[in-house]
Write a protein that binds this ligand. Structure first.
Ligand code: ZN
Length: 265
């Protein structure tokens, strides 16, 4: 216990942060750290993340057997173990229900738009893993197809999950994920959100590659020269987005050309 005390303390610190940030309510959410290839520390079930103490943290193996601890591990343990199994490089995982990101997960909207440089570079695209009943194998099955090419997922009608090179990294990814969802939501309310052009996104992806950050990034949208960003979601007052207008114009032009061709036959 002494040797892993600092990891237990770290889980308690991050638990406090997610609770105080309002990323979870009551006893929701769970956190874990990899100690070795087949040894993990994970939060217990039924305890608020804001009031964890080091001896409450449970030590388990890769099959979920309890190696050390009085309390039962979180019922969402399978989801953590699946990520560790698929990604031996991952050392820490955060699962919480942050309000804006969870609202996107409920609305069925992935975080896959290039709305801010930081999100494109550091977060990448956050897809939605299809709904699964908590504690069953349905959630691990749903996330396994995204775990290699992304840094986190939204869990459909449930919450969010991030994984990182350590627990701090997973936590900061979760902060960025919630921040991106919140800003996106506010922009949508103001005048509809505008997405960066794919020319600009390409430059960001080059930076990301140089920094050694892996995972899929949003692609951005096609824009005329000199236009940096284009509206992709209509404003709340119901106006059409530029993206929609372009698509309609394209369709109308095509129809007119086809009719002309018929007339000239
Ligand atoms: Zn949950």
């Amino acid at each position: 216990m002494i040797s892993d005390l600092k990891y237990r303390q770290h889980i308690c610190e991050i638990g406090k942060k997610v609770y105080e940030k309002g990323f979870v309510a009551a006893n929701d959410g769970n956190l874990s750290i990899r100690l070795g290839m087949d040894e993990f520390l994970i939060t217990p079930t039924g305890v608020s993340k804001g009031s964890l103490t080091p001896e409450m943290i449970v030590k388990v193996d890769g099959q979920g057997n309890v190696l050390e601890g009085e309390l039962r591990p979180t019922s969402e343990m399978k989801m953590h173990l699946c990520v560790y199994k698929e990604r031996p490089d991952i050392q820490g995982i955060v699962h919480v229900h942050p309000p804006y990101a969870t609202a996107f997960a409920i609305a069925g909207m992935p975080l896959d738009q290039a709305i801010m440089p930081e999100s494109v570079v550091y977060l990448g695209t956050i897809p939605i893993a299809e709904y699964g009943t908590p504690s069953t194998n349905e959630i691990p099955e749903a996330i396994s197809k995204y775990v290699h090419n992304h840094q986190g997922v939204l869990l459909e009608n449930h919450g969010a999950l991030t994984w990182g090179k350590d627990l701090d990294h997973a936590y900061y990814l979760m902060e960025s994920l919630e921040f991106t969802a919140k800003i996106n939501w506010i922009a949508k309310q103001l005048n509809g959100d505008r997405e960066l052009s794919n020319r600009h996104v390409q430059k960001l992806i080059e930076m990301k590659t140089k920094m050694g950050i892996k995972g899929y990034s949003p692609l951005g949208v096609q824009t005329p020269d000199g236009i940096h960003a284009m509206k992709v979601t209509p404003s709340p007052i119901g106006e059409l987005s530029e993206h929609d207008v372009n698509r309609i114009a394209e369709k109308v032009t095509k129809n007119i050309l086809n009719e002309l061709k018929e007339l000239l036959k």
